[in-house]
Design a protein around this ligand. Structure first.
Ligand code: ACO
Length: 341
């Protein structure tokens, strides 16, 4: 489905995503079921009926917190309590089968399957949930590790990466101010092949979530050979591999950020490029550049950065910042549900 958001402010894209999610409710599992912001967000989502929610945690504790906070829609959630759920043996055996080659014993598996972050991924693997959102309480690494080990990547993609939807106040750039930035969250130092996969996943995120046809710029400190360095070589090689993997993708590199974004600079530094001067997807060469880059744009320009949206995973799993608000969680549940559709 394509969204017609080009002349609308950021919230309209999220509103359209909410509509789409309500029309086809997905089962989203929230492993941090006793975390209060998560419960408040779950109450809103259940009220708006944008997803069917599964909360992992102690049933009495969840019910008590809901009552204390006047969260009356929580009763519509499915609660999965690792202490009492009849499927725990089944989940334990799935985990053991998946990880025995890595040295996991049946006893380890029984303990780990009770960890809500592992249990959520096992539910997805077993077809009992369509997507997961966590991270209000847990670190990025702790959320991602079980996802990598259990849910794994999509066919043809070996790395999961993290993209941001950047709603900038500068309509002259990207798609009326909206751009995708990646990888800003996961891979500290991707190889050329991994960078190529990040480009393809980001293009897919642009189509599936932002609703526009991607024009991907592979960023560097050099444009079309203006500088010679092994770091530049990695970006040109990644561009070549991405083109080979998807010949119809509009992608170019290596490009400096100004050559990617500004038509006159693009024309002078990369004449004839299909992307230079009009890129709407920016792929950063590594995580230091990507993470610093998105935060700088966000702070200096009043951009709304929505994400990280994890891409390349076999099922949608997203990670929150531990500083997130209730609204952030509601928005990310909506995004996760849209990815699941
Ligand atoms: N995609 C797919 N699978 C992966 C990836 C990836 N990007 N990275 C690791 N894996 C897999 C490995 O293959 C391995 O699988 P296996 O056990 O079946 O062999 C498993 O995950 C664990 O791999 P490790 O290399 O041991 O990974 P580790 O757990 O040490 O680190 C992590 C993974 C936590 C994601 C690490 O890359 C990391 O810390 N990245 C940075 C995260 C971060 O701090 N981001 C910035 C903050 S987020 C923000 O500001 C928005």
């Amino acid at each position: 489905m394509q969204y017609n958001f080009f002349i609308l402010p950021p919230m309209s894209l999220l509103d359209q995503m909410k509509e789409r999610a309500s029309a086809n409710p997905q089962r989203i599992v929230l492993p941090e079921g006793t975390e209060i912001r998560t419960l408040k967000a779950a109450d809103i989502v259940l009220k708006e009926k944008t997803a069917n929610l599964i909360l992992i945690g102690n049933r009495e504790k969840i019910q008590q917190l809901a009552a204390e906070n006047g969260l009356k829609y929580i009763e519509d959630a499915t609660i999965v309590d690792p202490d009492t759920d009849p499927r725990m043996e089944q989940y334990t055996s799935i985990l053991y089968e998946l990880r025995k080659m890595k040295g996991m014993t049946p006893e380890d598996a029984a303990v780990m399957a009770r960890n809500p972050l592992y249990l959520a991924c096992l539910m997805i693997k077993n077809g009992d949930a369509d997507g997961e959102l966590a991270g209000a309480q847990n670190t990025t690494g702790d959320v991602l590790r079980p996802a990598f080990q259990i849910v794994k990547t999509k066919p043809g993609i070996s790395v999961v990466s993290g993209a941001f939807l950047m709603f900038t106040p500068t309509p002259q750039y990207g798609e009326n101010g909206l751009l995708i930035f990646a990888d800003c969250a996961v891979n500290p130092s991707p190889s050329a092949k991994e960078l190529a996969e990040i480009a393809l996943s980001s293009a897919e995120t642009a189509r599936a979530l932002a609703g526009f046809e991607p024009r991907v710029a592979m960023l560097s400190f050099s444009s079309k050979g203006s500088a010679k360095h092994e770091l530049v070589d990695k970006v040109t090689e990644a561009t070549r591999i991405a083109k080979e993997m998807n010949p119809s993708l509009m992608i170019d590199g290596e490009l400096q950020a100004d050559a990617a974004l500004v038509p006159e600079v693009g024309q002078s530094k990369a004449p004839g490029s299909p992307v230079a001067g009009k890129a709407n997807v920016l792929v950063f060469p590594d995580l230091q550049a990507g993470n610093i880059g998105y935060k700088m744009v966000e702070r200096f320009s009043g951009t709304q950065a929505v994400g990280p949206v994890l891409q390349g995973m076999a099922a949608p799993i997203n990670d929150l910042s531990r500083g997130c608000s209730v609204d952030d969680i509601v928005n990310m549940i909506t995004i996760t549900a849209n990815q699941a559709i």
